[in-house]
Design a protein. Structure first.
Length: 262
């Protein structure tokens, strides 16, 4: 490989508030996270050739505590700390770069095995402060949280999850393993305008389908409202079931907590 064509590879971790964006992926005529990241990179790299890839895509209004992008360059970054500072100076306020490290050509951000952890933040039983809206979903009805905790545990393990995929095709891979699925009281995110008590759905796995976690959360909310039973959830996880879960929980309560590369 000639010096001109030599590539340099960098792994950058970032976090963002997704509330005002139409998701990660670039789309015509709308503001997306990838658009803003690439626009900023183009500015600070002064038009030099680059390419950026994300470890996965988040939907409109979904936030990330920590996720990653891989940056491909044809010139090395000589001072990574200075680069990170310049990147943050020019990124919008609701996107922040956390770390940068050099990786080699063997690293592939798409195909490298990884575990993703998501959180879904919610509270119920009242109308809460509007400032909560970007990261916390409010359910006005009362919910049976103890029943929801039992329901969440049913998702752990390997199951057939076609019911929890938005517009599934006939040739998708729907047998997936969920490493952790639990509902706990929220002690991670606090603010003086938050309700006194809020909760988190915590879920970990190697891969998730479109709207899978929001469909699972919607199912647990319906369980908490006694619209569904634990048996309904058990049946929905069986191969060739005809159960259809239709309630997709709002996107703004969903947070990508971390991406761990193995």
């Amino acid at each position: 490989m000639s010096a001109f064509n030599k590539k340099y590879y960098y792994l950058i971790t970032i976090q963002y508030l997704g509330y005002r964006f139409h998701g990660w992926q670039k789309q015509p005529d709308v503001k997306t996270l990838h658009l803003m990241v690439d626009r900023t990179l183009n500015f600070i790299l002064e038009g030099k050739r680059f390419k950026s890839l994300a470890s996965g895509r988040t939907d409109a209004m979904v936030s990330a505590e920590e996720t990653a992008i891989e940056l491909f360059l044809y010139e090395p970054i000589t001072d990574k700390n200075a680069f990170l500072k310049l990147f943050n100076t020019n990124l919008p306020q609701d996107i922040r770069a956390l770390t940068i490290k050099e990786v080699d050509e063997k690293f592939n951000i798409i195909n490298n095995p990884k575990v993703k952890e998501y959180l879904y933040l919610f509270a119920f039983g009242d109308k809460f402060h509007p400032f909560c809206a970007p990261i916390l979903t409010t359910i006005l009805d009362d919910l049976d949280v103890n029943l929801m905790k039992q329901g969440a545990k049913l998702f752990e393990g390997e199951h057939y999850l076609k019911t929890y995929c938005y517009k599934p095709s006939d040739n998708g891979i729907y047998k997936r393993e969920i490493l952790t699925c639990e509902i706990v009281e929220n002690t991670i995110y606090t603010a003086n305008f938050f309700p006194k008590k809020s909760y988190l759905l915590r879920i970990r796995g190697k891969g998730f389908m479109r709207n899978q976690i929001r469909l699972m959360m919607g199912t647990l909310i319906d369980l908490g409202k006694n619209k569904l039973s634990l048996k309904d959830i058990e049946n929905s996880l069986l191969p060739d079931n005809t159960v259809k879960m239709e309630y997709i929980a709002p996107a703004s309560g969903l947070i990508l907590k971390s991406v761990e590369f193995e």
